[in-house]
Each structure stands twice: as C-alpha cells, then as structure tokens.
Design a protein around this ligand. Sequence first.
Ligand code: ZN
Length: 214
Amino acid sequence: MSADYTNLVEQVKLLEKAGIDMLHFDIMDGIFVPNFAMTQLEVKALRPLTKLPFDVHLMIKEPIKHIKLFSEAGADIITVHAEACADLAETIQEIKKYGKKAGVAINPDTPIQKMQSVLDKIDMVIIMTVNPGFGGQKCIESVLPKIKELREIIKKNNLNIDIEVDGDVKEDTVSKMAENGANLFASGTGIFKGNTIEENVKKIRENAESNLYK
Ligand code: ZN
C-alpha cells in the first residue's frame, strides 16, 4: 500500500533485491476501515513476478466470503481481523480449506482474549500498533505489553505462531517491538520513505534481529 503505485513491478524487484522475507498486502474495504486499499487484482497481477510469500492482510468485514478469491489470486498467508468475523473459527477453517496459512489480526484496543480460542489453529497473529485504515501513523506504545503477553502465552503452551507487528514499523521503532516478542515486521513508509529501500530494509532487519525476545 505504501509502494509507488505508478511502478509496482519495479518496486517488487527492489524489495526482493533488498532481501525482504515476504510481501504484505493491505486490503481495505471502506467498511471495516474508513478507507480503500488494494484488492485481489494487485495480488494476482504481482504473483508471477516473484517467489516471495504473499502475506495478505484482510481489513474487511466478514472476510469469510472472500477467502476463495484471495486464495486463488495467490495469497500464501491470509490474515483476518478478529473484530470483523461473526465466526472466527469458521473463518480460519475456510482459510485452511484452501491450504493457506491462517492469521488473526487484532486492533490496538482489542484484547488477546478475543482470539484465544483459535490460537491452536492459526499460524500467525498480527498485533496492530496503529488503528488500521491509513499508512504513516505513529505507533501506539501502550500496545507493546500486549505483544509480550501473547509471546508468553505462545511459549507457555508450546505453540508455533509468528507474531507480526503492523503499524509504524521503522528503523527506530522496531527494536522495542522485537524486545516485546514480535518476530515479523510489516513495514510500509518505514521502507519506502527517507533512505533507499535497501538501506531501510537493512537497518530495520539489523535492529529487529539484535533485539529479538529471548
Ligand atoms: Zn497490514
């Protein structure tokens, strides 16, 4: 969503060269969040260009109706919002039906308990450190303890779940996100603004890797 839309093909090449681990797509429906961004069309168009895993973050109401669409477009991981699903377990099951990895995202004000019942069925959690809907917002620091709380639940129960942070991930915010237990970092403006993509990716990775939760 934060990339240069006039040249997405070139942007994917630059990101790949910079050594990113996956491409994160922010899909917005104008209902669950007050904005529109990306659709299955971008996922499908970019799919043949790279082997990078596609991490598709659905910020849409009742995503269960659209899992098939995004699966067929080329998603590898599909994440839905706990707040957006009438039946979260059934939605996860739908993602698994298409052989995809399943994630659950929670907004800054949503407690972990909202998705605790499906923790043994998912591969990833996205902890939003901003309220979803727009790029370029500042990290809400009070969310950081929630990352730690989740990391400890995962550890205690021997679960195999990645914790991704999404919102204001950049060179100078990523260390504290890592310290609190995140191990995946979805960066938008942090990668595309300021220095070159390559420099930004390098610094974000260094700061994350040297501060990972132990
Ligand atoms: Zn996202």
